[in-house]
Structures are given as C-alpha cells and as structure tokens.
Write a protein that binds this ligand. Structure first.
Ligand SMILES: [Fe+2]
Ligand SMILES: [Fe+2]
Length: 187
C-alpha cells in the first residue's frame, strides 16, 4: 500500500480559505455542475417512478390485483425515498433540486405509464426499472472515485432498482396472461 503523503498545512489553509463551499474541497475531483445536472435527471426519474407506481397502485383491478397493488405501493414509497436522497445530495453539492412538474418527463430517464391492464403495468414498471439500472450503473462508473459520496448514493439506489426489477419479473412469471376461468357451478 502506498504511503499517505499529504501536505496537511496546505490542506488546512485551503479548508479555511473557501468555507463558503461547505463540503466541496480541493479534493473534489468531479465536474461539479455536471454531477448536479446528472443528480437532477435522476431526481426527475425517481419522481416520475413515484407517479407511475401510484397510478398503477390506485388503478390495479381484477382478481390478481391485491398483492400486485401492494408491491406497486411499496415501490412508490421507495422511489420517493430515492428522490429525497438525491434532492438532499444536490443541496449538499451547492445545487438546486429541480421539482418543476412542467419539465419533469422531459428530464426523466424513465417514462410515465397509464396502462389499464395489470400485466401491461407490470411490464412498463419492469422496463422503467431496467432503464434506471442501466443509467445508474453508467453514472456509478462515470463518477468512479471522483465523488465517492454521490457514487454511494447511486450504488444504494442501484441495488434497490435491481430488487424492484426482480420483483416485477417475479410478478410477471406468477400471473397468467389470461385470468383463470371460474369453475362451473355443480350440475
Ligand atoms: Fe428509485
Ligand atoms: Fe425502482
């Protein structure tokens, strides 16, 4: 392991010189404006996911819908937590979290969906989760060791989105494409 060689006197001087930057020091190695922009795109993605899952939760109907709706509701809550984590990190980085509903879907990676069938809903949610998994993986690789804290936020989100995608896939496998025919009444 290489020796830890840092000029502590210089670090102390720099830390004192730019206190208005809060947690952002000279050691910050990423493109700050771009990181804030990427976090805002992810924030839009999470907010659209909250809305999509809520829409699915309140409109899921049919014999199979109860357990599925509960899953939609749970996911909506977790996407909201993700949005909150991203907004908090954007503020820490000195940026402004963008909650503007007018431009939300344009900034989001994933899409809103108003399907009426349960299977169509689950498929759309699975697609959205896969979009999130792919983009968050790329963001994590892009950040590397240049902004470790933001990377960890995305790592946490990525693990959850993979779980969500797995949940949706399991639901798809469990639900038959056509509802079961009720047994004929006894003759
Ligand atoms: Fe999420
Ligand atoms: Fe998700």
């Amino acid at each position: 392991m290489a020796e830890f060689l840092t000029d502590i006197t210089t670090i102390r001087e720099r830390a004192r010189a730019e206190i208005e930057k809060g947690p952002i020091t000279d050691a910050y190695g990423a493109d700050l404006d771009r990181v804030i922009q990427v976090c805002n795109e992810a924030l839009a993605t999470e907010l659209v996911c909250v809305l999509r899952y809520k829409r699915h939760y309140y409109t899921a109907t049919g014999i199979q819908s109860e357990a599925v709706a509960q899953e939609f509701l749970e996911h909506a809550g977790e996407e909201q937590e993700h949005a909150d984590k991203l907004a908090a990190r954007i503020v820490q980085l000195g940026g402004e979290p963008d909650f503007n509903p007018d431009t939300l879907t344009k900034r989001s990676h994933s899409q809103y969906d108003a399907s009426s069938g349960l299977i169509a809903m689950i498929k759309e949610d699975l697609v959205a989760e896969r979009v999130a998994v792919a983009t968050y993986t790329e963001i994590i690789q892009w950040l590397g060791d240049r902004d470790i804290t933001t990377r960890r936020v995305f790592e946490e989100l990525l693990a959850k989105e993979e779980e969500h995608a797995d949940d949706m896939q399991s639901l798809l496998e469990r639900i038959p494409a056509t509802p079961p025919v009720p047994p004929a009444p006894p003759a």
